[in-house]
Ligand binder design. Sequence first.
Ligand SMILES: C[S@@+](CC[C@H](N)C(=O)[O-])C[C@H]1O[C@@H](n2cnc3c(N)ncnc32)[C@H](O)[C@@H]1O
Length: 216
Amino acid sequence: MKNGDLRIPFAWEERRPVLLDSFLYIPPLYAKHNEWQKVSLFVNTKPIVIEYCSGNGEWICNMAKEEKDLNWIAVEKRFDRSKKIWARLKREQIPNLIVVNGEALTFSKFYILERSVSKIYVNFPDPWPKLRHAKHRLIRSEFLDELEKILLPKAQATFTTDDRNYAEQMQQLIDWKKLNVTTDVSNFGSSYFLDLWEEKGRTIYKLEYEYVDNSM
Ligand SMILES: C[S@@+](CC[C@H](N)C(=O)[O-])C[C@H]1O[C@@H](n2cnc3c(N)ncnc32)[C@H](O)[C@@H]1O
C-alpha cells in the first residue's frame, strides 16, 4: 500500500466528508459540517484515545500496535501526512486505528460523539512562537470548550511541546486537575518531532491533566 493509493475521490466543488476504510476525510473550507450525522467511528466499545496533530503518525501507529485494547484516532489536517498514516495502518494492518484528515477543532465539534473519549494527546502542536501569530495556536479556549464536550469524566489529557511559552500558556488556559508537569519524556515513545528536538537537546514539556467538569 503506497501513499498514492489514496486519492480524494471528488472534485473541489463536490467535496464532502467521507468515512471509508479507516479514513475520515473532512474537507477544509467547507460550510456544511453541521449536516454530518455523528456515529461511533468504531464497531466495538473499547475506550477511545485521540492524538491531535499526528504528523506522519509514527507515534500513534506504534501506540495502537502496543495498546490493542484501545481504539485510536489520529487527527491530522494535512492530506499528505494523513495519507502516510493510512498507508502504514494498511501495510501493517492496525485495525484499532482510524485516520482523520481534518482540522482538530472542526473534528471535535462536528464529527465525534459527545462524552465518548477516554484520553487525548496533543503532541507537538505547531508552536506559532511569534507573539503576533499566537492566535493561531490550537490550544485556546474555543478548542478546550469542544474537548470538554467530547471527554468522558476523569478522561486523561497529555500535551507536549518544546515551546516554553506555549507550555506556560497551556497551563494558564487549562483549568482541569493537573496531574503532572515534567520535562522527562523518556517513556513517551517516538515521533519525528520528539526525536528531532531531543537530538537538538531542547527541553520538552509534558503536561498531564485529568478532565474535571468545573461548570457543576
Ligand atoms: C510540529 S508537527 C508534530 C507532528 C507529530 N505530532 C510529531 O511529533 O512528529 C504538528 C502537526 O500538526 C498538524 N496540525 C497543526 N494544526 C492542526 C490542526 N488545527 N488540526 C489538525 N492538525 C494540525 C500539522 O499539520 C503538523 O503535521
